[in-house]
Every structure is written in C-alpha cells, then in structure tokens.
Design a protein around this ligand. Structure first.
Ligand code: NAD
Ligand code: UDP
Length: 323
C-alpha cells in the first residue's frame, strides 16, 4: 500500500492517550504548535497534570481524565470525529512492570483494540507507541525493524514486551483486514524534561542520586548499553511518522550508545557531584545491548537526531533542579 503524506495541523482534531505523561505531553505541545486541536486522555497512573498545566488557557486543548482500558467516557471533548488517534498511554518504567503488570497488559491490549475501533469509526490515522522492548534482549546488533526479537514471554518484563507486541499485531490486523491508516513507532530509550524524578528509569534515578550526593546505583557491572535520545528528537520523529502516512514499524532514537557505567560517570560530571558509583544487583532479563538501526527512519521520515547526549542531559538536569 502506498503511503499518503498529509500534514496534520490546523483544522485537525487529534487524540493523544497518555497525554499527561512524559512523551505524551511533549507530543501534545508539538501538535498544538502546528495548529491542531488536541484532546489528551490519561488516568494519571504514571503521568501528572502539571505536565499540561501550561495549557490551561489554550482553547484548542482539552484534558479528559480516564482509563483508556475502559470504554471511553461520555465527554463533550470526545464526541466529535478525530482525524488522528495517537496511543501513547502505557507505564514504561521497568519498576512499574513489577508493580502493575496487569494494568500494563490491559493498556497494550484491550485499550489498543478499543482505540483501533474508534479509529475505524472516525476514519482516523492511528499511531501507536511501540518500543525497542519488542526486540527483547536482542541477539542482533544494532536492531533493524526486520529483526523479530528475543523476548522471554513469561519473564518480569513480559507484561510490557508482550503487550506491545500484541498491540503491533493488532495494528497490523486492523490495517490488513479493514484498511485502517496506521503507523507504528518503535521508541528507544528517551529521556528529558517532565520525566518524574522517582520514575525508576535510569536517567532520572542517576540525576536524583547525583544532585543529592548519593551513590549512583549501577546495575550489575554497568557494561550493558542503551542508546539515549532526547525527547525533542523523538517527538520530531513521531510527528514525521504521523504526517508520512507510513505504516512502519519505524525505529526512533539515536545511535549514541553507551554503557550504564559511562552514563553514570557522565551524569556525575555534568552535575558536578561528588557521588560514588555503587554496583548493585541487576534485574532479571535486563537487555545487554540496545541500539536502533535508523536506516529506515532516515529513508522514510528524513529523521536525524540533533541533540547530543551531553546537551540533552544538561537540559534534563536543569529541569530537575528547577521543578
Ligand atoms: P509515562 O509513564 O511518562 O507516560 C505514560 C502515560 O500514560 C502516563 O501519563 C500515564 O498516566 C498514562 N497511562 C498509562 N496507562 C493508562 C491508561 N490505562 N489510561 C490512560 N492513561 C494511561 O511514560 P513515557 O515514557 O512518556 O511513555 C509514553 C509511551 O511511549 C508509552 O506507550 C511507552 O511504552 C512508549 N515508550 C517510551 C519510551 C521511553 O524511553 N520514554 C521507550 C519506548 C516506548
Ligand atoms: N539501571 C541502572 N541503575 C538504575 C536503574 C537502571 O543501572 O538505578 C540500568 C538498567 O539495569 C538497564 C539500564 O539502566 O540496564 C536502563 O534501564 P531503564 O530502567 O532506564 O530502561 P530499560 O532500557 O531497561 O527499559
């Protein structure tokens, strides 16, 4: 099927589930910035209303507090047709995989099906936030979209990995059987302003530890790698996918791969902290190496990350200091 390019902006209504979260709230800002009307739907399980507080007087924005794993509530903001539905609701921190695995399975599965049905009804484009976790603990490096992954289906991360893999399968089924216009973005480790300091993911954890002079808790030997992406780069990629009409899946992130020990040392340096590094137990199934192959993102979206790790981390550290 050929992709149809279409610029989403003025005159379009877009629903963003998870819009009070870290990535979702930046996506809401980007879409409003292009002139679209945006409805964020979020149950605040890991998000925060403060992430949207600056939009209180914005007439093109509405917030609906609701669990998208339940049928959508009757709310005037949800009545009219949407031009695009962007499903970004899901806890994403490994700490939450242990705390609320059932809710994570539901928002990846039940919620995705319900929102796909709504997209069919509205003839909306449906964009789904998938993840590098679909590759599990990858045996291929870097990871191209053609790699099927190495996921433990019953491990501690499986609620998230398998829910996202189900969601991708659901999107593909609606696309193939019903011709729904869809896009899947596989997001790699993204960080930045509006992450919660107690989120549990590595960057907010290390920054909080460093600024408070506590030891940075590196899991295992710290030789495992991630490729970190500032949220401003990710959101440009997501909006490019929305406009592109591409189905994907498309990886989005950076090739700035580093070990977790290097990340800890970088954050100690950038915060000017005296903190030590403490090596602690590593959680089970923690992926060993992760870096996206961005060939497809470059080719179909013209995507290129712009923010270097030091710069993005500086901005995030400044945000944490001033919140
Ligand atoms: P986040 O926790 O900050 O945001 C998720 C948002 O979804 C929160 O506001 C939360 O309250 C909301 N939510 C969760 N379950 C819900 C439900 N049932 N109903 C309504 N709202 C619900 O996390 P994030 O990092 O911003 O992640 C956003 C999306 O991007 C997620 O789908 C996540 O899987 C995906 N993703 C993020 C990363 C990353 O590195 N940040 C990587 C891969 C994928
Ligand atoms: N990690 C760490 N110390 C922490 C939190 C995380 O060393 O306090 C490691 C974790 O084991 C993983 C990497 O940092 O190897 C990234 O973890 P995160 O939870 O941010 O996301 P993941 O990529 O595992 O989903």
């Amino acid at each position: 099927m050929t992709a149809t390019r279409h610029e989403y902006g003025e005159g379009h209504r877009i629903m963003v589930t998870g819009g009070a979260g870290f990535v979702g709230s930046h996506l809401v800002d980007a879409l409003l910035g292009r002139g679209a009307s945006v409805v964020a739907v979020d149950n605040l399980v890991t998000g925060a209303k403060e992430n949207l507080a600056h939009l209180a007087d914005e007439p093109r924005f509405a917030f609906v507090e609701a669990d998208v794993s339940q049928p959508l509530p009757r709310d005037p903001a949800l009545e009219d047709r949407f031009d695009a539905i962007m499903h970004f609701a899901s806890p994403a921190s490994p700490v939450d995989f242990a705390r609320i695995p059932i809710a994570i399975l539901r928002v990846g599965s039940v919620a995705t099906l319900q929102l796909l049905d709504r997209a069919v009804r509205d003839r909306a484009r449906f964009v789904m936030a998938s993840t590098s976790e679909t590759y599990g603990d990858p045996l291929v490096h870097p990871q191209p979209e053609t790699y099927w992954g190495n996921v433990n289906p019953i491990g501690t991360r499986s609620c998230y990995d398998e829910a996202k893999r189900f969601a991708e399968a659901a999107v593909m089924a609606y696309h193939r059987e019903l011709g729904l216009d869809c896009g899947i973005v596989r997001i790699f480790n993204t960080y930045g302003e509006r992450m919660r300091p107690d989120d549990g993911r590595v960057i907010p954890t290390f920054i909080e530890q460093a600024v408070h002079g506590k030891p940075l808790t590196v899991h295992g030997t710290g030789q495992q790698t991630r490729s970190i992406c500032h949220v401003s780069d990710l959101v440009r990629g997501i909006v490019a996918l929305l406009d592109s009409g591409e189905l994907g899946p498309v990886n989005c992130g950076t090739e700035q791969e580093m070990t977790m020990r290097e990340l800890a040392e970088t954050i100690v340096r950038l915060t000017g902290s005296n903190s030590d590094i403490q090596y602690v137990d590593r959680p089970s199934d923690d992926p060993e190496r992760r870096r996206p192959d961005l060939t497809k993102a470059r080719a179909v979206l013209g995507y290129e990350a712009k923010v270097a790790a030091d710069e993005g981390l500086r901005r995030t550290i400044a945000y944490f200091a001033h919140r």
